[in-house]
Design a protein around this ligand. Sequence first.
Ligand code: FAD
Length: 452
Amino acid sequence: MKVIVVGSSHGGYEAVRGMLLENPEAEIQWYERGDFISFLSCGMELYLEGTVKDVNTVAYETVENAEKDGVHVFVQQEIASIDEKNKSVHVKNLADGSERDESYDKLILAIGATPRRLDIPGKDLENLYAMRGRNWAIKLKQKMVDPDLKHVFVIGSGYIGIEAAEAFAKAGKEVTIVDHNPRLLGNYLDSEFTDKLTQEFKENGVNFVGSVNVAEFVGEDGKVKAVKTDQGTFDAELVVETAGVIPNTSLVEGLLDLDERGRIKIDEHQETSVKDIYAVGDATKVPYAPTGELSSIALASNARRQGRTAAANAAGRELKMTAVSGSSALSVFNYHFASTGVKQDTQEKCGVTNAQSVLVEDWAVPAFVSEEAGNAKVYFKITFDPTDGRILGGQIMSTRDVTANINTISFAIQQKATVYDLAYADFFFQPGFDRPWNIMNDAAQEAVRQLN
Ligand code: FAD
């Protein structure tokens, strides 16, 4: 069997690794149009902040390693078109200009997405950056040490914008971050959490402005020098645009069924509308566990699960894609937070209308342990369906890293567990780690009291 995998990021990597596990005899060809495989954008902040020194190590695969395992890797080679009738792809070698066709038995598309750029006056000025992939990582890193750069303007306060803002603030730049939403991280956390994070940003020199429409990039000598918005004009010698992504699906327009936003439609086995062509990652949607509907959640964790699922099915072993909840975690200066599933403030966006929540604030470990000894306040919110107590979401934040609790909530959502199940669920107690009742028990017990 000959399998062609297109794209070398999270989805493509797992499709290749999955195929090696499922069918070691398969001939695997792996294509990447960029000049580097498997760059890990998730590790970009660690590189920008200097925790990781060499940009080339921010990856989880090398050409040599993959080839050692028998994979044929083609870098700087783009899949330009697909002939589904003859089961072949047309390959363009971007390094030497040559072209050829390659046949396949199974084709796995992990072609991902590209940062969305604002189509407004001034969009062609210099120093308007995105934040995705190795090339942008290198350019951003250069800017961090540019003494002429004083003001950075970040558009979009999702995870990526937050990472950009924090990295540039730590590099001593004056940072403004704006969003359409009234609250920063508004899609990830409710206001009890985002209010604290906005304050945390302010105390560390980052100015957040919400409910903003960006109108124009103002230039001088071809370079950006300010950004005009409906809430004033801001100085900016660098703009980082992190306002969402666009799926890279022009390759399959007219061939595969796409949704209204150009994402590839897939079934529960990751197969597209054309037999033997599978798609995974940010160019697709995932099954959303809280509602059972398909949802667009651009996360590496999802792309990886989809990659393995596609590989299993392409190899002939039936495997359904796991329902996921958009679980994610991040640090903002002194705080660590994580969330999963439905949030109270934004439930309608997930197709939920009647969610109920309980917020609990308590110490991480028994109160006799001092803050100097590592104790810290923890804020935890559980969101559930009041009609049957089914758990729909969870959010947690603390200056102590307690984020892993959210994986328990994610699993509870996936298993359709209720607050009744969670109220007395068995979690360890040891004063160095936790309290006799984990904060998730406390929140679920309060939810049960409210429901009874
Ligand atoms: P992409 O990463 O978009 O990669 C697609 C690849 O396919 C590209 O390399 C592209 O060059 C190649 N390609 C496309 N078309 C062709 C073609 N025709 N021929 C050949 N090659 C082609 N997610 C998390 O879960 N946790 C995190 O902490 C996290 N942090 C992030 C931080 C940043 C700064 C960014 C930008 C993203 C982060 N994400 C995180 C999201 C995660 O990186 C994406 O969800 C993930 O990369 C999606 O993987 P993918 O395989 O769909 O495709």
